[in-house]
Design a protein. Structure first.
Length: 594
């Protein structure tokens, strides 16, 4: 990961990845991965999901082939050839599980790829992108000598045996110093490298919610157990005469306690069995709500299933609660007052002081737990309502988005892509019922690209003033999403290639870097020194737009800069399309009909 005073975030550039890959003393199987869409042509054309990964990726994540092989190190280098590995599901769906598929050629984005292998069933939910599990896997082919500084993919590695997290972080700090020496314009003195466990990255957006739910379940369990313990105390009080007779004819205290404790555990196991049945039915009902933000539950919740681990947990927690909450009633009931109990004319005997005290403690505990549960539930509902009412910064109603993979040499030039955008948005806006249309690489709440920038003429403690989301767009993007222009103006068709370079920033960027100044009076240079594909003159800030939540409703908006796609450099435009397929945004005047 990359570290800065603002926090720690995943993402890698070719230069940082090459530095990380050299840290063989601390890491093994350092792998790059990125997920996108590609066009499968020939026969029935289809847009499929693709995983672009380095050669070590499959070994790192434990993927096995059932046919053929995965990439070699030579195939993962630039100009290493076009090879592809098919996923198990795609092989079955598209090729009918044909074992002769290895050695055949398929066309991806108008390029011929040789099929070299088929993977077995492989769980990618821990790392896969928003498009879902890849259908095909192609080599990343990163250049070991690359100077590109754009962060557009992710990296993962396994710690070497015996290496602690602290040792790995120390090694990465040395790597950061080496990186600054080799690329003095690419990293601030306050920035560095770090590591994050994969599990933390996977669950970080839902961790707090899952802990709250777990706490609520524990509170409900404790309340139920306190209720049962109270009932066991009452039942033991009713059975005092019976227990006294057993003791009188020779039953020892341990034997009586063991019998009562066995009854408590059996009762708990029966309750656990009923709870397991209700739990299975309940989880199906909850998953029908489609909580797609919970990781690793599978398609439609198929991963949340009953297995031996669930059964073992249910049996274990049932026995534990039966022993813990049945122990006190059993011990108290095993010490009967024989004279008082046997002299009673009925089967009932009075409650002792100890029993009354214990029952009072249980009742107070129940009330306290119920109050905590009520407060926690209210706060959880309030948080849920607050998230539902969070302003995302754009109007998603009556908006359709469509993804298109622009591939082929004809789209290597920015002018060709800009022409497609202009023609496409014009044709879409001419359709009856369409209010506005735009295009971009990135849409809100689905992540995107990030690049550093420098404010021209401003002194700072490092070569870059800061970093921000980088969003190339067409002129109609803001109208399609109804993102307000707070100051200045939006892009127009005049902001084309050859015109003065312009950029629009969001309010978060304006507040952070111009707290008392006027950003419309300044120019910025994006990714200065980041490689030839980013080489461009300074851009004049012409407007400030409202903040848009970039990746999650629970996170505050981050600085963002928007540029006209027509003013991108050819290499930058081509690389962006290789990273992310083009997204069309269409706003309709009425609710769209599917």
């Amino acid at each position: 990961t990359n570290t800065s005073p603002a926090g720690e975030f995943p993402g890698a550039s070719p230069t940082t990845f090459n530095i990380w890959r050299q840290q063989a003393a601390a890491f093994d199987d350092v792998s790059a991965f990125h997920f996108t869409l590609v066009n499968l042509t020939g026969g029935d054309p289809e847009q499929i999901r693709a995983g672009q990964v380095s050669a070590d990726f499959f070994r790192l994540f434990g993927a096995q082939t059932i046919l053929g092989r995965t990439f070699s190190a030579a195939e993962d280098r630039p100009h290493g050839g076009n090879v592809v590995v098919l996923s198990n599901g795609f092989w079955k769906r598209r090729f009918g599980s044909d074992p002769g598929v290895v050695g055949r050629t398929i066309s991806l984005n108008d390029d011929e790829y040789d099929v070299i292998g088929v993977l077995g069933p492989f769980d990618t939910t821990a790392v896969e992108g928003s498009n879902g599990a890849p259908d095909a896997w192609i080599p990343f082919q990163l250049d070991p000598a690359s100077t590109m500084q754009g962060h557009y993919f992710d990296a993962a590695a396994r710690l070497e045996p015996g290496i602690t997290t602290g040792q790995a972080k120390a090694q990465l700090q040395l790597a950061a110093n080496e990186f600054r020496r080799r690329f003095p314009e690419a990293m601030n003195l306050k920035d560095g490298f770090g590591i994050l466990p994969l599990q933390e990255i996977v669950v970080r957006n839902v961790r707090s919610s899952l802990w709250v739910l777990l706490g609520a379940v524990v509170f409900v369990l404790l309340i139920a157990c306190a209720n049962v313990a109270n009932l066991l105390l009452v039942r033991a009080n009713v059975r005092q005469r019976e227990i006294a007779i057993r003791a009188a004819i020779g039953a020892g205290r341990r034997r009586i306690a063991r019998q009562l404790l066995t009854e408590s555990v059996v009762l708990s196991l029966v309750g656990g069995a009923f709870g397991l049945v209700l739990g299975v039915v309940g989880i199906r009902a909850l998953l029908a709500i489609n909580p797609d933000n919970i990781p690793r539950i599978g398609q439609d919740g198929s991963g949340a299933a009953l297995d031996w681990r669930v059964l073992a947990f249910t049996v274990g927690i049932s026995i534990l609660t039966g022993v813990v909450f049945g122990l006190v009633p059993a011990l108290q009931a095993s010490r009967p007052d024989l004279n008082a109990s046997l002299k009673e004319s009925t089967g009932r005997s009075g409650s002792g002081v100890g029993q009354n005290r214990m029952r009072a403690i249980l009742v107070m505990s129940e009330m306290a737990l119920a109050l905590l549960l009520l407060i926690g539930s209210a706060l959880f509902i309030r948080t849920f309502i607050a998230l539902r009412t969070v302003d995302p910064g754009f109007d998603p109603h009556q908006v359709l988005t469509l993804r298109m993979s622009l591939a082929g040499t004809r789209f290597d030039k920015t002018a060709a892509v800009a022409q497609v955008m202009q023609t496409g948005t014009g044709a879409l806006e001419a359709l009856p019922g369409v209010e506005a249309a735009g295009a971009s690489c990135c849409v809100p709440l689905q992540g995107g690209l990030g690049l550093p920038f420098t404010v021209v003429g401003r002194r700072s403690d490092g070569p870059f003033t800061g970093g921000a989301r980088y969003v190339p767009i067409s002129p109609g993007y803001f109208r399609a999403f109804r993102i307000p222009v707070v100051r200045g103006r939006a892009f127009s068709e005049r902001d084309a290639a050859g015109a003065q370079g312009v950029v629009i920033i969001n309010e978060a960027m304006a507040k952070q870097y111009w707290p008392k100044g006027d950003p419309l009076q300044d120019q910025i240079e994006i990714a200065k020194g980041g490689g030839p594909q980013f080489a461009e003159p300074p851009r004049q800030i012409i407007g400030v737009v409202g903040d848009v939540r970039g990746s999650s409703l629970s996170r505050e908006p981050v600085p963002a800069m928007y540029i006209p796609w027509a003013q991108m450099g050819d290499l930058n435009s081509a690389n962006t399309l290789n990273i992310l397929p083009l997204a069309w945004i269409v706003r309709t005047r009425v609710a769209p009909v599917w």
